[in-house]
Design a protein around this ligand. Structure first.
Ligand code: KIV
Length: 293
């Protein structure tokens, strides 16, 4: 675990203060055990991302999860009581209808899901929503670039800001979010140069995913880093282990021990006193217990 996080609860202001300092370590987690793992490894921020739709629930996109699902998973993460800051992802359509509805939904994710901060996708288009949530005293993280909730509008999962004019628009979005008061901005699927420019331009830390090395922090999806699925991995993912393979091999060993009669052993079984065993074994067979009825 990194020194900066030992036994110290991470807060949104503490993340804001990390601008230009030690790189922010963020990873997703979706339930109690994944939160414990992320926290023990020294995450500064645990994002209960709507990517759970893909990697936990098997959907093709993030549009399939609603607020109740996000609350359910965020609450499970919160029960792990991590030192890391718990950021809950606002799902698609929970903040797109009106700012008033967005604030109410944000309140539910904090009150019922125990999120300590929230994340919404989008820039200037979401300004009213961003201001409303911040006015409700809820720390907010922005998310720009390849925003998966816009998959249909973007025409697929495509790197954003490759053309100079698109890149300038993203810089303006980042500046608007920064001025509104978000405590960090995720930059996903954008060219390295653009992420570097935005990082220099704004006072909130940037956290990159497929945005090159110059951001103030990095985030990846838990199941991608640990090889917990065999779906498509984008080129920006570094997979550090293959837990799916390790799990399959371990379960194969378990099933093989069952077949061979080698599981359970005596050590893995319960015994009774010799006296009780003798008494039990000396019992007369009692015939059909249903005779009495
Ligand atoms: O839902 C998610 O996992 C995310 C990260 C990719 C930033 O939004």
């Amino acid at each position: 675990m990194g020194d900066s996080t030992i036994n110290q609860k991470v807060t949104a202001p503490a993340i804001l203060a990390r601008k230009g300092g030690p790189k922010i370590r963020m990873v997703t987690a979706y339930d109690h055990p994944t939160a414990v793992i992320a926290d023990r490894a020294g995450a500064d921020v645990i994002l209960v991302g709507d990517s759970l739709s893909n990697v936990v629930l098997g959907n093709d996109d993030t549009l399939a999860v609603d607020l109740d699902v996000m609350i359910h998973h965020t609450a499970a993460v919160a029960r792990a009581k991590p030192n890391a800051l718990i950021v809950g992802d606002m799902p698609w359509m929970s903040y797109h209808v009106s700012a008033a509805e967005a604030v109410k939904n944000a309140g539910r994710l904090v009150r019922e899901g125990a999120a300590e901060a929230l994340k919404v996708e989008g820039g200037r288009k979401r300004r009213e929503v961003v201001e409303g949530i911040l006015d409700a005293e809820i720390p907010l993280m922005g998310h720009l670039g390849l925003t998966p909730q816009s998959v249909h509008a973007m025409g697929g999962y495509r790197v954003q800001g490759k053309a100079a004019q698109d890149a300038r628009e993203l810089v303006r979005d980042a500046v608007a979010l920064d001025e509104a008061g978000v405590f960090a901005i995720v930059l996903e699927g954008v060219p390295t140069l653009l992420a570097e420019i935005i990082t220099k331009e704004i006072s909130a830390p940037t956290i990159g995913i497929g945005a090159g090395p110059h951001t103030d922090g990095q985030v990846l999806v838990f199941h991608d880093v640990l090889g917990l699925h065999d779906g498509h991995l984008p080129k920006f993912v570094r997979q550090y282990t293959n837990l799916q393979e390790a799990a399959v091999n371990s379960l194969r060993d378990f099933f093989s021990d069952i077949e061979k009669g080698e599981f359970p052993s005596e050590d893995e079984s319960y015994s009774m006193t010799e006296e009780a065993a003798r008494a039990l074994l000396s019992d007369e067979p009692r015939g059909d217990p249903f005779d009495a009825f």
